[in-house]
Design a protein around this ligand. Structure first.
Ligand code: PLP
Length: 387
């Protein structure tokens, strides 16, 4: 008997659970899910351990422990020049995923429309369905250089009188696109003229190799109509901690908090203390972080090209979206199955990130948030494709 609520039933089980199980069964080197196979920094882990030892083990303030809200506001000011009130404009969430849920549940009514770019992070359409809103999809497609972008006319056409919000993910998983100023201006123009709220998912904000990450919220007129979501997981290699945050005007923060208080009430207290230590890291931490990831990106991109994939190195994130057509193994699901079962490497078939799967069938997503030896052993196995 099916007990799953009607709205969620069509989404099944996430692709990550399926691939992880298949990869384990075949002993595959796992480049599928986006989490590091190495640990986060000791100074951050120690701060959480100290918090546990020092009795920070009860419920926290629902909006976040005061020092964490303060350092998030401080860093935002340092990066954008915009002063925000840590108590009313910063909400600590249980990872960005809860931030997405809180924003959509807190803002949308049944019948509202929300614009989603595809490919997307898979929680966006599921939560949209659960709140009874209607998604309007805009495709990101490769331009002549292979960089994924949208057609401004498609975006304009997706706005209607019912549009309440747009989800923007930059740097973008899985395409690796970092939206540039003109793309963000185009989004901002439409949000202003159609009175639409932007929800930006910026979990890869510090993982940028080319160009610069621009916060949509800093564009003229966008501060009062943007909810900026981010989290600790990717930047500090601590994805299991699930500490995230939402930065928004007091009015929009109220909408996020209206849902957040009833989803989790608050985020795990000791990890919030760990997050305070993390967010106090010096600039050198971020420089080393990007340099290490750049070398992983270059190694895996170069290897994939040599083996026969078509690849444009991502400008941001730790994902490579490669074209596998040269190997003639059918669609993305068939190709990934072959990769896991015959080659011994796990990756993600990206059609699960599309409402229109025909756009993703020739593609496969590799995550390079892995130790050098993991990447080397994956490449050694992938060489079999070239033979
Ligand atoms: C685009 C995007 N948003 C959100 C998340 C999840 O973030 P968190 O672990 O902070 O919930 C991910 C993780 O893969 C992601 O790729």
């Amino acid at each position: 008997m099916n007990h799953i609520a009607e709205a969620l039933a069509p989404f099944g089980t996430t692709i990550f659970a399926e691939i992880t199980a298949l990869a384990a069964r075949h002993g595959a080197v796992d480049l599928s899910q986006g989490f590091p196979d190495f640990d986060g920094p000791d100074f951050v882990k120690k701060a959480a351990i100290d918090a546990i030892d020092n009795h920070h083990n009860q419920y926290a303030r629902t909006a976040g422990i005061a020092p964490l809200n303060r350092i998030i506001a401080h860093n935002w000011h340092a990066r954008t020049g915009i002063e925000i009130d840590p108590d009313t404009q910063v909400t600590v969430t249980t990872g960005c995923t809860e931030g997405i849920a809180a924003a959509l549940l807190g803002l949308l009514n049944p019948g509202d429309e929300i614009i989603l770019f595809e490919p997307y992070y898979d929680s966006y359409p599921a939560l949209t369905a659960r709140v009874g809103a209607t998604p309007r999809y805009v495709a990101l497609r490769p331009d002549a250089s292979g960089r994924f972008t949208f057609d401004p006319d498609d975006l304009k056409a997706a706005f209607s009188d019912h549009t309440r919000a747009i989800m923007v993910n930059t740097p973008h998983n899985p395409t690796g696109t970092v939206f540039d100023r003109s793309e963000l201006e185009c989004i901002a123009d439409l949000c202003r003229s159609r009175d639409v709220i932007a929800i930006t998912d910026e979990v890869y904000e510090h993982l940028v190799f080319e160009g610069a990450h621009i916060h949509l919220q800093t564009l003229p007129g966008m501060d009062e109509r943007t909810i900026t979501l981010s989290s600790l997981g990717k930047t500090f290699s601590l994805t299991g901690w699930k500490v995230g945050w939402a930065i928004a005007s007091e009015e929009l923060s109220r909408a996020v908090r209206a849902a957040h208080q009833f989803i989790t009430f608050c985020t795990a207290t000791p990890f919030q203390h760990g997050a305070v230590a993390a967010l106090g890291a010096p600039a050198s931490y971020y420089e080393r972080f990007v340099a290490e990831y750049r070398s992983k990106r270059d190694y895996l991109c170069d290897s994939l090209v040599r083996i026969g994939f078509k690849v444009r190195p991502p400008d941001g994130t730790y994902f490579i979206l490669a074209d596998h057509s040269a190997f003639g193994t059918g669609d993305d699901v068939a190709f990934v199955r072959r990769l896991i079962e015959e080659i011994g490497v796990a990756a993600i078939p990206p059609t699960s990130f599309y409402a229109h799967p025909e756009h993703g069938r020739s593609l496969v997503r590799f995550a390079f948030c892995k130790r050098e030896e993991t990447l080397r052993s994956a490449v050694a196995r992938l060489e079999a494709l070239a033979r």
